[in-house]
Design a protein around this ligand. Structure first.
Ligand code: ATP
Ligand code: MG
Length: 428
């Protein structure tokens, strides 16, 4: 049997309806904020990503799908091509190629589509995945550098997450400085790393020389205490970067956008300057970032274009859909427990326990003596309850109830006095 390639997947109904819902909402919100769509090719010359994203980044050093496109005629040259691992480099290339700066206005562009990275597939991490992203870019004379743009982008993201109904996210914010102040920070990092790098992973030992900032991206658990003790970028920002960041934060406060400053967050792409951000969601487990973004004031020049500062983001659509599905599942199962009387004599005790819990605000249901244990558990699961609480003679005598967690299958004994707390700890 021929199967979909590892790390790729089919999206089937009814899930595709949710994908369409998310995409439609995104388009609606983008229109409200005066963004228009751009579509760039799915593959580009490898050099675009090497220069744009940065050779020392994880993406370029190990995640790209690159191949040699052989010349087919004497007049053609062989080309190194790459499936796009992200879309900002492509958008900025298009901005330069089509002289979009000539209008003198800010370009507000959004895109939707597949991206490709050769990563170890796991939940929320695929080799073909989908991003919904947007960029504001333009000449400095159009105000492209100003903090108001950063705040507007973050405000739009909150509107977008609201529109699709995602709750419970956290926005992490940082400033990674600019080409003026970053060298001093890099130097400080390099010096600090010289003393400790031998205790770090092989990647970090290399990065300590080539691109010390990337050390902060390291996910190796043993390296984290060392990374914690490294110099902080906040102490190295120059005055204009400090002021820019202060203004972004002040505007977010004014708009009521909640954020947490995370000085360790430098993000995995070299083009970021000043503001960087990430939205995470608790339902996503290890792959907790729903979206990420930041400012890229030097990217256009890096790619041979005019000075064109900008800021943008990319939402991982796969992860957004996963988070929405997890949230939906939780909301549907407001029922905390099924109270299960073991035999006719236990009905009144079960009913009384249910009444106490209900009065305390916990949603529970009660079965009856006709239910065998197995049927009770099956019913509790079908009802979407998180727990089943057994009420039998032993339980009544000992005052301890057997409580089965239907998600994990675990069974524990909980004293009557602690039952309310135990059932409410999860979910509500
Ligand atoms: P991570 O730390 O999870 O690897 P990243 O920093 O590489 O993320 P970005 O390049 O900033 O991610 O991409 C923006 C968003 O795209 C991420 O926040 C995530 O939601 C999504 N994303 C990135 N890589 C993948 C992938 N392989 N599969 C699914 N979604 C992804
Ligand atoms: Mg990554």
């Amino acid at each position: 049997m021929i199967k979909a390639v590892r790390g790729t997947r089919d999206l089937l109904p009814p899930d595709t309806a949710l994908w369409n819902f998310v995409e439609n909402k995104a388009r609606e919100v983008f229109a409200r904020y005066n963004y228009q769509e751009i579509r760039t090719p799915v593959f580009e010359s490898t050099e675009l990503f090497e220069r744009g994203v940065g050779e020392e980044t994880d993406i370029v050093s190990k995640e790209m799908f690159t191949w040699e496109d052989k010349a087919r005629a004497a007049s053609e040259k062989s080309l190194s091509l790459t499936l796009r691992p992200e879309n900002t480099a492509g958008v900025v290339r298009a901005y330069i190629e089509h002289n979009l700066e000539k209008s003198g206005l800010l370009q507000k562009l959004y895109y939707l589509g597949p991206q490709f990275r050769r990563e170890r597939p796991q939940k929320g991490r695929y080799r073909q995945f989908y991003q919904i992203g947007a960029e504001i870019i333009g000449p400095p004379s159009a105000g492209s550098e100003l903090p108001i743009r950063d705040a507007e982008v973050l405000d739009m993201l909150v509107a977008l997450l609201d529109a699709v109904g995602l709750t419970g996210w956290t926005l992490f914010l940082n400033s990674v400085g600019c080409s003026n102040c970053r060298p001093a920070y890099n130097q400080a990092l390099r010096e600090a790393l010289a003393a400790v790098k031998d205790q770090m992973c092989a990647d970090c030992r290399r990065r300590a020389e080539t691109n010390p900032l990337r050390v902060l991206d390291c996910k190796v658990v043993e390296d984290q205490p060392i990374i914690e003790a490294l110099p902080k970028i906040a102490d190295y920002l120059d005055e204009p970067c400090r002021e820019h960041f202060a203004q972004v934060k002040a505007m977010l406060d004014e708009l009521g956008v909640p954020y947490q400053v995370n000085e360790r967050m430098v993000r995995g792409l070299d083009y970021y300057t000043r503001t960087t951000f990430e939205f995470t969601h608790g339902e996503l487990g290890a792959q907790s970032a729903v979206l990420g973004g930041g400012r890229f004031d030097g990217l256009s020049e890096e790619l041979g274009g005019p000075r064109a500062p900008g800021i943008g983001f990319a939402i991982g659509e796969d992860r957004l859909v996963l988070a929405l599905q997890a949230q939906q599942k939780k909301a549907e199962s407001a029922l905390q427990a099924l109270i299960v009387p073991l035999g006719k004599e236990m009905n009144r005790h079960a009913l009384k326990l249910a009444k106490e819990l209900r009065e305390a605000g916990v949603a529970v249901d009660v079965s009856d003596e006709s239910f065998r244990l197995k049927k009770s558990f099956e019913t509790a699961e079908k009802l979407g309850a998180t727990y089943a609480v057994l009420v039998g003679e032993n339980e009544m005598a000992s005052g301890e109830f057997a409580v089965k967690n239907l998600e994990s299958g675990e069974q524990t004994k909980v004293a009557r006095a602690g039952l309310l707390k135990y059932l409410s700890a999860d979910g509500i």
